[in-house]
Design a protein around this ligand. Structure first.
Ligand code: ADP
Length: 323
Protein backbone atom coordinates (compact mmCIF):
# COMPACT_ATOMS: atom_id res chain seq x y z
CA UNK A 1 0.00 0.00 0.00
CA UNK A 2 1.43 3.32 -1.05
CA UNK A 3 0.76 6.68 0.44
CA UNK A 4 0.79 9.72 -1.78
CA UNK A 5 0.47 13.24 -0.44
CA UNK A 6 -0.31 11.68 2.93
CA UNK A 7 -3.44 10.04 1.57
CA UNK A 8 -4.05 6.44 0.68
CA UNK A 9 -5.39 6.06 -2.85
CA UNK A 10 -7.40 2.88 -2.93
CA UNK A 11 -9.01 2.79 -6.38
CA UNK A 12 -7.86 4.47 -9.58
CA UNK A 13 -10.55 4.45 -12.29
CA UNK A 14 -9.58 4.90 -15.93
CA UNK A 15 -11.90 5.86 -18.77
CA UNK A 16 -14.64 8.12 -19.96
CA UNK A 17 -16.28 11.04 -18.20
CA UNK A 18 -18.94 12.83 -20.18
CA UNK A 19 -22.06 14.94 -20.05
CA UNK A 20 -25.38 13.09 -20.28
CA UNK A 21 -28.17 15.36 -21.48
CA UNK A 22 -31.23 13.49 -20.26
CA UNK A 23 -34.60 14.33 -21.86
CA UNK A 24 -36.92 15.89 -19.29
CA UNK A 25 -39.99 14.19 -20.75
CA UNK A 26 -40.50 10.43 -20.81
CA UNK A 27 -41.57 8.67 -23.99
CA UNK A 28 -40.07 11.09 -26.52
CA UNK A 29 -37.19 10.57 -28.92
CA UNK A 30 -34.01 12.58 -28.48
CA UNK A 31 -34.98 14.55 -31.61
CA UNK A 32 -38.44 15.45 -30.30
CA UNK A 33 -37.51 16.16 -26.67
CA UNK A 34 -38.09 19.84 -25.84
CA UNK A 35 -35.54 20.03 -23.03
CA UNK A 36 -32.68 18.16 -21.40
CA UNK A 37 -31.15 18.06 -17.92
CA UNK A 38 -27.36 18.07 -17.68
CA UNK A 39 -25.82 15.19 -15.68
CA UNK A 40 -22.35 13.69 -15.33
CA UNK A 41 -21.94 10.34 -17.06
CA UNK A 42 -19.27 7.72 -17.63
CA UNK A 43 -19.14 4.44 -15.77
CA UNK A 44 -15.49 4.61 -14.56
CA UNK A 45 -16.05 8.12 -13.20
CA UNK A 46 -19.16 6.88 -11.38
CA UNK A 47 -17.10 4.12 -9.77
CA UNK A 48 -14.53 6.69 -8.57
CA UNK A 49 -17.29 8.87 -7.09
CA UNK A 50 -18.88 5.81 -5.47
CA UNK A 51 -15.60 4.76 -3.83
CA UNK A 52 -15.15 8.28 -2.46
CA UNK A 53 -18.75 8.38 -1.14
CA UNK A 54 -18.11 5.05 0.61
CA UNK A 55 -15.11 6.61 2.38
CA UNK A 56 -12.33 5.28 0.16
CA UNK A 57 -9.58 7.20 -1.58
CA UNK A 58 -10.50 7.40 -5.25
CA UNK A 59 -8.71 8.77 -8.27
CA UNK A 60 -9.77 9.22 -11.88
CA UNK A 61 -7.66 9.13 -15.04
CA UNK A 62 -8.98 10.18 -18.43
CA UNK A 63 -9.13 13.01 -20.93
CA UNK A 64 -11.65 15.84 -21.18
CA UNK A 65 -12.03 18.70 -23.61
CA UNK A 66 -10.47 22.02 -22.61
CA UNK A 67 -13.98 23.49 -22.60
CA UNK A 68 -16.61 24.52 -20.04
CA UNK A 69 -18.11 21.01 -19.86
CA UNK A 70 -14.70 19.44 -19.28
CA UNK A 71 -13.87 21.84 -16.46
CA UNK A 72 -17.36 21.40 -14.99
CA UNK A 73 -16.91 17.59 -14.86
CA UNK A 74 -13.43 17.77 -13.32
CA UNK A 75 -14.77 20.19 -10.69
CA UNK A 76 -17.66 17.88 -9.95
CA UNK A 77 -15.37 14.90 -9.33
CA UNK A 78 -13.04 17.03 -7.20
CA UNK A 79 -16.05 18.13 -5.14
CA UNK A 80 -16.74 14.42 -4.55
CA UNK A 81 -13.18 14.16 -3.12
CA UNK A 82 -11.90 12.23 -6.15
CA UNK A 83 -8.24 12.88 -6.95
CA UNK A 84 -8.31 14.42 -10.45
CA UNK A 85 -4.57 14.73 -11.08
CA UNK A 86 -4.86 12.01 -13.74
CA UNK A 87 -7.16 14.15 -15.92
CA UNK A 88 -5.64 15.67 -19.05
CA UNK A 89 -7.31 18.23 -21.36
CA UNK A 90 -7.41 18.10 -25.14
CA UNK A 91 -7.35 21.27 -27.20
CA UNK A 92 -8.23 19.23 -30.31
CA UNK A 93 -11.56 17.70 -29.33
CA UNK A 94 -14.48 18.53 -27.07
CA UNK A 95 -15.72 16.72 -23.97
CA UNK A 96 -17.95 13.80 -25.03
CA UNK A 97 -21.71 14.36 -24.91
CA UNK A 98 -24.54 11.84 -24.86
CA UNK A 99 -28.18 12.76 -25.37
CA UNK A 100 -30.44 10.26 -23.64
CA UNK A 101 -34.18 9.74 -23.77
CA UNK A 102 -36.29 7.27 -21.82
CA UNK A 103 -39.20 5.33 -23.23
CA UNK A 104 -42.38 4.95 -21.16
CA UNK A 105 -41.10 1.46 -20.30
CA UNK A 106 -37.89 2.91 -18.83
CA UNK A 107 -35.61 1.79 -21.67
CA UNK A 108 -32.93 4.30 -22.59
CA UNK A 109 -31.87 5.37 -26.07
CA UNK A 110 -28.64 7.28 -26.69
CA UNK A 111 -27.20 9.66 -29.25
CA UNK A 112 -23.50 10.34 -28.82
CA UNK A 113 -21.31 13.29 -29.82
CA UNK A 114 -17.93 11.60 -30.17
CA UNK A 115 -16.55 12.46 -33.62
CA UNK A 116 -14.04 12.28 -31.96
CA UNK A 117 -14.38 13.34 -28.33
CA UNK A 118 -11.45 14.24 -26.06
CA UNK A 119 -11.43 10.89 -24.23
CA UNK A 120 -10.89 9.04 -27.54
CA UNK A 121 -7.74 11.10 -28.24
CA UNK A 122 -5.94 10.33 -24.98
CA UNK A 123 -2.34 9.33 -25.82
CA UNK A 124 -0.14 6.77 -24.03
CA UNK A 125 2.11 9.71 -23.08
CA UNK A 126 -0.86 11.26 -21.20
CA UNK A 127 -0.86 8.38 -18.68
CA UNK A 128 0.80 9.42 -15.42
CA UNK A 129 2.15 6.08 -14.22
CA UNK A 130 3.09 7.49 -10.80
CA UNK A 131 -0.66 7.66 -10.06
CA UNK A 132 -0.96 3.96 -10.93
CA UNK A 133 1.94 3.19 -8.59
CA UNK A 134 0.06 4.99 -5.82
CA UNK A 135 -3.19 2.98 -6.05
CA UNK A 136 -4.19 -0.39 -4.62
CA UNK A 137 -6.72 -1.24 -7.32
CA UNK A 138 -7.09 -0.20 -10.96
CA UNK A 139 -10.59 -0.23 -12.47
CA UNK A 140 -11.48 0.13 -16.16
CA UNK A 141 -14.29 -0.39 -18.64
CA UNK A 142 -14.56 -1.40 -22.28
CA UNK A 143 -15.41 1.93 -23.95
CA UNK A 144 -11.76 3.03 -24.10
CA UNK A 145 -10.92 -0.05 -26.19
CA UNK A 146 -13.05 1.25 -29.09
CA UNK A 147 -10.71 3.87 -30.53
CA UNK A 148 -7.03 4.63 -30.93
CA UNK A 149 -4.99 6.25 -29.47
CA UNK A 150 -7.03 5.92 -26.25
CA UNK A 151 -7.02 2.11 -26.48
CA UNK A 152 -3.21 2.13 -26.45
CA UNK A 153 -3.22 4.55 -23.51
CA UNK A 154 -5.43 2.14 -21.54
CA UNK A 155 -3.27 -0.86 -22.47
CA UNK A 156 -0.16 1.01 -21.33
CA UNK A 157 -1.87 1.80 -18.03
CA UNK A 158 -2.99 -1.82 -17.65
CA UNK A 159 0.49 -3.19 -18.42
CA UNK A 160 1.89 -0.84 -15.77
CA UNK A 161 -0.75 -1.90 -13.24
CA UNK A 162 0.00 -5.57 -13.96
CA UNK A 163 3.76 -5.10 -13.57
CA UNK A 164 3.14 -3.25 -10.29
CA UNK A 165 0.93 -6.12 -9.04
CA UNK A 166 -2.19 -4.00 -8.55
CA UNK A 167 -5.62 -5.54 -8.03
CA UNK A 168 -7.32 -5.04 -11.41
CA UNK A 169 -11.08 -4.76 -11.88
CA UNK A 170 -13.03 -4.71 -15.16
CA UNK A 171 -16.62 -3.86 -16.06
CA UNK A 172 -17.12 -4.56 -19.77
CA UNK A 173 -20.15 -2.24 -19.94
CA UNK A 174 -22.12 -2.85 -23.12
CA UNK A 175 -22.76 0.27 -25.23
CA UNK A 176 -23.57 -1.22 -28.62
CA UNK A 177 -24.12 2.08 -30.53
CA UNK A 178 -20.50 3.08 -29.88
CA UNK A 179 -19.05 0.06 -31.69
CA UNK A 180 -18.87 -0.57 -35.45
CA UNK A 181 -20.82 -3.80 -35.10
CA UNK A 182 -22.04 -6.29 -32.51
CA UNK A 183 -19.12 -8.58 -33.41
CA UNK A 184 -16.63 -5.76 -32.85
CA UNK A 185 -18.27 -5.02 -29.48
CA UNK A 186 -17.99 -8.65 -28.44
CA UNK A 187 -14.35 -8.96 -29.51
CA UNK A 188 -13.42 -5.64 -27.87
CA UNK A 189 -15.19 -6.41 -24.61
CA UNK A 190 -13.60 -9.89 -24.48
CA UNK A 191 -10.12 -8.41 -25.13
CA UNK A 192 -10.27 -6.69 -21.75
CA UNK A 193 -10.70 -9.93 -19.78
CA UNK A 194 -7.03 -10.94 -19.78
CA UNK A 195 -5.91 -8.24 -17.33
CA UNK A 196 -8.64 -8.55 -14.71
CA UNK A 197 -8.56 -10.08 -11.23
CA UNK A 198 -12.22 -9.13 -10.76
CA UNK A 199 -14.87 -9.12 -13.48
CA UNK A 200 -18.17 -7.35 -12.87
CA UNK A 201 -20.77 -8.19 -15.47
CA UNK A 202 -24.53 -7.77 -15.73
CA UNK A 203 -26.82 -10.64 -16.71
CA UNK A 204 -27.45 -8.95 -20.08
CA UNK A 205 -23.73 -8.52 -20.79
CA UNK A 206 -23.07 -12.14 -19.78
CA UNK A 207 -25.68 -13.27 -22.31
CA UNK A 208 -24.23 -10.97 -24.97
CA UNK A 209 -20.68 -12.28 -24.49
CA UNK A 210 -21.36 -15.98 -23.96
CA UNK A 211 -24.77 -16.60 -25.49
CA UNK A 212 -25.95 -18.06 -22.18
CA UNK A 213 -25.91 -17.65 -18.40
CA UNK A 214 -22.77 -19.65 -17.55
CA UNK A 215 -19.64 -17.70 -16.57
CA UNK A 216 -17.30 -20.60 -17.51
CA UNK A 217 -16.20 -19.15 -20.89
CA UNK A 218 -15.11 -15.89 -19.22
CA UNK A 219 -12.42 -17.24 -16.89
CA UNK A 220 -8.91 -16.08 -17.73
CA UNK A 221 -5.58 -16.82 -16.06
CA UNK A 222 -5.55 -13.84 -13.68
CA UNK A 223 -9.23 -13.76 -12.82
CA UNK A 224 -10.07 -14.52 -9.20
CA UNK A 225 -13.76 -13.66 -9.03
CA UNK A 226 -16.64 -12.95 -11.40
CA UNK A 227 -19.55 -10.89 -10.04
CA UNK A 228 -22.79 -11.21 -12.01
CA UNK A 229 -25.47 -8.63 -11.27
CA UNK A 230 -29.17 -9.33 -11.81
CA UNK A 231 -30.72 -5.88 -11.28
CA UNK A 232 -33.40 -5.89 -8.57
CA UNK A 233 -32.84 -9.63 -8.02
CA UNK A 234 -29.35 -9.07 -6.59
CA UNK A 235 -26.03 -10.61 -7.57
CA UNK A 236 -23.78 -13.68 -7.46
CA UNK A 237 -20.03 -14.08 -7.06
CA UNK A 238 -18.27 -17.00 -8.74
CA UNK A 239 -14.85 -18.18 -7.58
CA UNK A 240 -12.24 -20.16 -9.50
CA UNK A 241 -12.87 -23.34 -7.49
CA UNK A 242 -16.49 -23.37 -8.72
CA UNK A 243 -17.95 -21.91 -5.53
CA UNK A 244 -20.82 -19.49 -6.04
CA UNK A 245 -22.16 -17.07 -3.42
CA UNK A 246 -25.52 -15.50 -4.10
CA UNK A 247 -27.31 -12.63 -2.39
CA UNK A 248 -30.82 -11.38 -3.02
CA UNK A 249 -31.30 -7.73 -3.88
CA UNK A 250 -32.83 -5.10 -1.60
CA UNK A 251 -36.31 -3.86 -2.43
CA UNK A 252 -36.46 -0.15 -3.18
CA UNK A 253 -38.79 1.96 -5.26
CA UNK A 254 -36.42 2.48 -8.15
CA UNK A 255 -36.50 5.92 -9.81
CA UNK A 256 -33.40 5.60 -12.00
CA UNK A 257 -31.05 2.61 -12.03
CA UNK A 258 -28.20 4.50 -13.74
CA UNK A 259 -24.96 3.88 -11.87
CA UNK A 260 -26.26 0.94 -9.80
CA UNK A 261 -23.66 -1.41 -11.29
CA UNK A 262 -20.90 1.17 -10.78
CA UNK A 263 -21.85 1.65 -7.13
CA UNK A 264 -22.04 -2.13 -6.72
CA UNK A 265 -18.50 -2.70 -8.05
CA UNK A 266 -17.16 0.17 -5.93
CA UNK A 267 -18.57 -1.52 -2.81
CA UNK A 268 -17.12 -4.90 -3.84
CA UNK A 269 -13.68 -3.32 -4.33
CA UNK A 270 -13.86 -1.56 -0.95
CA UNK A 271 -14.63 -4.90 0.72
CA UNK A 272 -11.75 -6.68 -1.03
CA UNK A 273 -9.21 -3.90 -0.43
CA UNK A 274 -10.14 -3.67 3.25
CA UNK A 275 -9.05 -7.26 3.67
CA UNK A 276 -6.66 -8.10 0.85
CA UNK A 277 -5.66 -11.48 2.31
CA UNK A 278 -8.92 -12.54 3.90
CA UNK A 279 -11.56 -11.17 1.53
CA UNK A 280 -12.83 -14.60 0.54
CA UNK A 281 -14.15 -15.29 4.03
CA UNK A 282 -15.96 -11.96 4.01
CA UNK A 283 -17.57 -12.40 0.58
CA UNK A 284 -21.17 -13.03 1.74
CA UNK A 285 -21.09 -9.80 3.80
CA UNK A 286 -19.31 -7.85 1.05
CA UNK A 287 -21.83 -9.01 -1.57
CA UNK A 288 -24.81 -8.15 0.64
CA UNK A 289 -23.34 -4.69 1.29
CA UNK A 290 -22.73 -4.16 -2.46
CA UNK A 291 -26.38 -5.06 -3.14
CA UNK A 292 -27.49 -2.48 -0.57
CA UNK A 293 -25.24 0.16 -2.13
CA UNK A 294 -26.55 -0.69 -5.63
CA UNK A 295 -30.18 -0.54 -4.49
CA UNK A 296 -29.72 2.85 -2.79
CA UNK A 297 -28.26 4.24 -6.02
CA UNK A 298 -31.62 3.55 -7.73
CA UNK A 299 -33.66 5.77 -5.41
CA UNK A 300 -32.88 9.14 -7.06
CA UNK A 301 -32.32 10.45 -10.57
CA UNK A 302 -28.76 10.39 -11.86
CA UNK A 303 -25.81 8.23 -10.83
CA UNK A 304 -23.54 10.44 -8.71
CA UNK A 305 -26.24 12.34 -6.75
CA UNK A 306 -27.76 9.08 -5.49
CA UNK A 307 -24.55 7.31 -4.38
CA UNK A 308 -24.78 6.40 -0.67
CA UNK A 309 -22.18 6.86 2.04
CA UNK A 310 -20.96 3.80 3.93
CA UNK A 311 -22.95 4.92 6.99
CA UNK A 312 -26.16 5.33 4.95
CA UNK A 313 -25.74 1.88 3.39
CA UNK A 314 -25.06 0.23 6.78
CA UNK A 315 -28.09 1.99 8.30
CA UNK A 316 -30.24 0.84 5.38
CA UNK A 317 -29.07 -2.78 5.84
CA UNK A 318 -29.85 -2.61 9.58
CA UNK A 319 -33.29 -1.14 8.90
CA UNK A 320 -34.19 -3.83 6.34
CA UNK A 321 -32.80 -6.68 8.45
CA UNK A 322 -34.70 -5.56 11.57
CA UNK A 323 -38.06 -5.78 9.75
P1 ADP B 1 -25.77 -2.47 -14.24
O1 ADP B 1 -26.14 -1.12 -13.65
O2 ADP B 1 -24.32 -2.65 -14.45
O3 ADP B 1 -26.61 -2.85 -15.44
P2 ADP B 1 -27.52 -3.99 -12.48
O4 ADP B 1 -28.67 -3.27 -13.09
O5 ADP B 1 -27.56 -5.49 -12.49
O6 ADP B 1 -26.11 -3.55 -13.13
O7 ADP B 1 -27.40 -3.46 -10.98
C1 ADP B 1 -26.28 -3.69 -10.17
C2 ADP B 1 -26.73 -3.95 -8.76
O8 ADP B 1 -27.50 -2.83 -8.25
C3 ADP B 1 -27.64 -5.16 -8.62
O9 ADP B 1 -26.88 -6.35 -8.46
C4 ADP B 1 -28.44 -4.78 -7.37
O10 ADP B 1 -27.66 -5.02 -6.21
C5 ADP B 1 -28.61 -3.28 -7.51
N1 ADP B 1 -29.87 -2.93 -8.23
C6 ADP B 1 -30.00 -2.61 -9.53
N2 ADP B 1 -31.28 -2.35 -9.86
C7 ADP B 1 -31.98 -2.49 -8.71
C8 ADP B 1 -33.37 -2.34 -8.35
N3 ADP B 1 -34.30 -1.99 -9.26
N4 ADP B 1 -33.74 -2.59 -7.06
C9 ADP B 1 -32.81 -2.93 -6.13
N5 ADP B 1 -31.50 -3.09 -6.40
C10 ADP B 1 -31.07 -2.87 -7.66
Amino acid sequence: MTKKGGELVSVLCFGELLIDFVAQEMGVTVGDAPGFIKAAGGAPANVAAAVARLGGRAAFMGQLGDDPFGHYLAGLLAAERVDTRGITYSSEARTALAFVSNTMEGERSFMFYRHPSADMLMQPADVDTTLIDACQAFHYGSITFINEPAASALRLALDHALAADKFISYDPNLRLPLWQSADAAKAGMLSGLDYANLLKISEEELRFLTGGDDVAPLWRERMQLICVTYGAAGAAVHLRDGACIQAAGYTVSAVDTTGAGDAFVAAMLMGILANRDGWRGQLPQTLDFANAVGALTCRQKGAIPSLPTREAALAFQREVNSQ
